[in-house]
Ligand binder design. Structure first.
Ligand code: PLP
Length: 339
């Protein structure tokens, strides 16, 4: 039995999901004639109480399209130093939109309204890039699945309003935050100008992300998606997986969260581990003591068919997910207790 906890993106479609995909009604989505894609887009727009939604192959492309929608070349986006848009999208912000990122030194990928305000360049000071957007991530990936305090997000919205800035949410794992905090998509739809959500992470789809926003902003989204090479044809097969996942794989995320916390408790008792970061959702980040060799620690686990990943600086990450079963969980806890 292989226990793969490197990421929640490693899941395979379930039988039910595959059936939904096989029986999907499809059409050419570049002509907007795919009924299943249209149904998914409409469902997500309604779910968030926003005007429009657009299906993308990946979360990176949906985020990159959002950056482009909100900015002009030479301008600047404010984000945390851990942000996926800055660290893990191949430098797309500069490549696709010609913008720079002003990084905030936040806590676990999150920052305060005061930090956001202090990062805005005065618009009349033409030596600096013009600030046009604030982007946040919920849950934070590099921040260990941390969830934002919704009241802080409201305060950041006010800052964005006062300075006429856009507000984008990278919600690749927003589903996990909604479950963990008992929040609703509508709350988020009211606060943000654009929201990207991923179907290929906790929800267990093989692909797919959706960018959601209001009419005025989303007008250019389909053109940008085309430019980025993301106009797909009979992609309703993938959208059907998304519709299935929203019905069957959303509420169960709480199981992933419970298991992640149980793993965290066991890790906290191990003498080789210095610190386990707080666990709110499905991501567990922990740090080894300086004298513990990371490669050796990873090898000990790999020899027992357990796969996790290093994050640098003696930190390691595990992510619980749909394909991580209760049998695997018991096996993992037993192995960890013996380390
Ligand atoms: C927070 C966050 N945003 C965006 C993405 C990008 O998603 P994709 O891999 O579909 O491009 C990821 C992927 O892991 C992510 O963790």
């Amino acid at each position: 039995m292989i226990i793969d906890l490197r990421s929640d993106t490693i899941t395979n479609p379930t039988e039910g999901m595959l059936n939904a995909m096989l029986t999907a009604e499809v059409g050419d989505d570049v002509y907007k004639e795919d009924p299943t894609v249209n149904a998914l887009e409409q469902r997500l727009a309604e779910m968030f109480g926003m005007d429009e939604a657009l299906f993308f192959p990946t979360g990176s492309m949906a985020n990159q399209a959002a950056l482009k929608l909100h900015t002009n070349p030479g301008e600047q986006v404010i984000c945390d130093k851990y942000a996926h848009i800055y660290n893990y999208e191949g430098g797309g912000a500069s490549f696709n939109s010609g913008i720079s990122c002003k990084l905030i030194d936040g806590y676990r990928g999150m920052f305060t309204a005061e930090q956001a305000e202090a990062s805005i360049n005065p618009p009349d000071f033409y030596h600096s890039p013009l600030t046009s957007l604030i982007a946040i991530e919920n849950t934070t990936n590099k921040g260990g699945g941390a969830c934002w305090d919704f009241e802080e997000l409201k305060r950041i919205r006010e800052v964005a309003n006062n300075h006429n800035l856009g507000f984008h949410l990278d919600g690749a794992r927003l589903w996990n935050a909604l479950i963990a905090k008992g929040e609703t998509p509508q709350q988020y739809g009211k606060l943000f100008d654009t929201i990207s959500v991923c179907l290929s992470k906790g929800l267990g789809c093989p692909m797919g992300s959706v960018l959601i926003g209001n009419k005025e902003l989303m007008k250019g989204a389909i053109r940008i998606r085309k430019i980025l090479g993301g106009g797909m044809r009979q992609v309703g097969f993938a959208a059907a997986a998304g519709l299935y996942a929203l019905d069957h794989h959303f509420e169960r995320l709480s199981e992933d969260h419970i298991r992640a916390k149980e793993i965290g408790h066991v890790l906290a008792d191990l003498h080789s581990i210095k610190k386990v970061e707080p666990i709110e959702t499905n991501i567990i980040i922990f740090e080894l003591h300086n004298e513990v060799d990371e490669a050796q620690f990873l090898k000990t686990l790999t020899d027992k068919q357990i796969h996790i990943i290093g994050m640098g600086s003696n930190k390691l990450r595990m992510v619980t997910h749909l394909d991580y079963t209760s049998v695997m969980h018991q096996q993992l806890l037993a192995v960890l207790r013996q380390l």
